[in-house]
Design a protein around this ligand. Structure first.
Ligand code: FAD
Ligand code: UDP
Length: 384
């Protein structure tokens, strides 16, 4: 008999499993339908012995010392600042757009002050800024929007940027200086021995049992536990009662080449050409030395595993309906990117999981009088 059933062994589920087992001595069963832990952050050595990320490039970055210190219990780190180039007008230029991007693309020699003026002359007045198109056009104008954002976003999300919340393209800043780092966060690192090793350390506790290749849907009528943490898609938990929440998916094409390097930086974006959005070359991220090199091409798609919640007003409204149902489940906590339908980075999911743990710990001082939940009924079936 377990105190907790945790569905999903990604960041959300694994952080909570670790906290509940280590801090409260609770007994935890954590399941995942995939054959591995670590969720989308899963990495492994491929058949050529190169460390790759199965679900695309994952770079850890945060401004929170608390989150970084927490994860540092389970891994040492390799300092790494992420740099990205985009192929635009057949040139490879830095992204986020910065001083060098504009000077290289247009053959100019602007200073930062001149570039700020250059942007102002092209920026369109948009008030209020609502969509992902508005954000970019109001900062740098329509031409750069079309070169860097329109095509990439249409590929990535299957809709026009004008139909996406501003928060999507607002993730990528615009700079007038020469800073070519993709992220501006204070702390930027890669786990020294990979994400999966970090997760193994996190879940290595006698009170934690891990069951892989186990879908909650297949065991929800059988398994015995007191309380649950659910980190899968929230609409699935409730039998899609209010209709499906869209999650954007990706197809990953992994290749290994018989040469040492393929590209100058870890990620090259293709906003204008090709069906794929970006190519990742892992050795830049991991620092591994190897005579060959492994790459991943990302092809966005509507079907497949859910990777991205799609930030649009109608989706948020539907999510709120599910969130209301979730509030009526006092013994289930919904945590993570899929269960709270938030376009969260890894550090944000860790922060959300740590906050959830604090709430649980305050609300449930002990399991002495807790009722046993078994089984957990399927939606639409008997509540008796
Ligand atoms: P997940 O990692 O998705 O884990 C949920 C787990 O639940 C999955 O393993 C799934 O198999 C399991 N599950 C779902 N339903 C069921 C069920 N019914 N039964 C059993 N198991 C179930 N973040 C960054 O900070 N930096 C990056 O560079 C970065 N790059 C990214 C690149 C890509 C291509 C993607 C898709 C995401 C990226 N992220 C990045 C985001 C990062 O992946 C997420 O923030 C993080 O993995 C979310 O953790 P989670 O536990 O909420 O979800
Ligand atoms: N984006 C773009 N062109 C780029 C980079 C990003 O249009 O060269 C847009 C696109 O809509 C993307 C979003 O900005 O989905 C956020 O980019 P980010 O790199 O944060 O995406 P993620 O790594 O989460 O896939």
């Amino acid at each position: 008999m377990f105190d907790w059933l945790i569905v999903g062994a990604g960041f959300a589920g694994s952080v909570l499993a670790e906290r509940l087992a280590r801090e409260r001595n609770d007994r935890v069963l954590i399941i995942d339908r995939r054959p591995h832990i670590a969720g989308n952050a899963f990495d492994h050595y491929n058949t050529d012995g190169i460390l790759v990320h199965r679900y695309g490039p994952h770079i850890f970055h945060t401004n929170s010392a608390q989150i970084f210190d927490y994860l540092s219990r389970f891994t040492s780190w390799r300092p790494y600042e992420h740099r990205v180039l985009a192929e635009v007008d057949r040139k490879l230029v830095p992204v986020p757009i910065n001083l060098d991007t504009i000077n290289q693309l247009y053959g100019l020699d602007l200073t930062s002050e001149e570039l700020a003026m250059w942007f102002r002359e092209r920026a369109e007045k948009i008030d209020p800024v609502v969509t992902s198109e508005d954000v970019v056009v109001s900062q740098v104008g329509r031409e750069l929007y079309e070169k860097f954002f329109k095509g990439y976003t249409r590929k990535q999300w299957g809709v026009d940027p004008a139909q996406l919340d501003k928060s999507v393209t607002a993730r990528v800043p615009t700079r007038t200086n020469r800073d070519d780092r993709y992220f501006g966060d204070l702390l930027q690192f890669m786990p020294e021995h990979g994400y999966t090793r970090m997760f193994e350390n996190m879940l290595n506790h006698p009170n934690i049992k891990v069951m892989l290749k186990t879908d909650f849907e297949d065991i929800r009528d059988e398994i015995r536990f007191r309380r649950m943490i659910f980190t899968g898609p929230i609409d699935g938990f409730f039998g899609h009662r209010f209709g499906k929440l869209p999650y954007r998916s990706l197809k990953f094409h992994h290749v290994t080449l018989e040469k040492e390097w393929h590209q100058a930086v870890a990620v090259v974006n293709y906003p204008m050409e090709h069906d794929y959005t970006r190519i990742t070359e892992y050795k830049h991220l991991t620092g591994q030395s190897h005579a060959k090199t492994s790459l991943t091409y990302e092809y966005p798609s509507d079907d497949g595993d859910p990777y991205y919640p799609v930030p649009r007003p109608e989706n948020e409204a539907r999510y709120k309906q599910y969130e209301n149902l979730a509030r009526q489940e006092p013994d289930v906590w919904f945590v993570g990117r899929l269960a709270t339908y938030r376009y969260y980075n890894m550090d944000q999911v860790v922060g959300q999981a740590l906050a959830t743990f604090r709430r649980i710990d305050a609300a449930l001082p002990s399991f002495a009088n807790a009722q046993i939940k078994a089984p957990f009924p399927r939606p639409g079936r008997a509540n008796s």
